[in-house]
Design a protein. Sequence first.
Length: 91
Amino acid sequence: MSQVGVQAHHLKEGTGERGAGMRSSDRWAVPLCGPEAQDCHGEVERIGAKNEISWFSKFGIDPHELARGLWASTGNRNQMLAVLLANREAE
């Protein structure tokens, strides 16, 4: 199986889990392309927490809905794939 350039991004805004020096739990992790592909993860990190939701919105993605769906599907690969496909950027 070939490896895809994907990195986990832990949502910052709207999780209720962050504090000084803390990141959100894996419950709020969503996949983003990484250095091997287009560096989406670096881009969303650079724009900062206050602009995070609008960054996802420009691709038609609700990142909280995506994270909730993936977390609820943990352990079920087919269901997780269905969540990803349902939340991918409209082509």
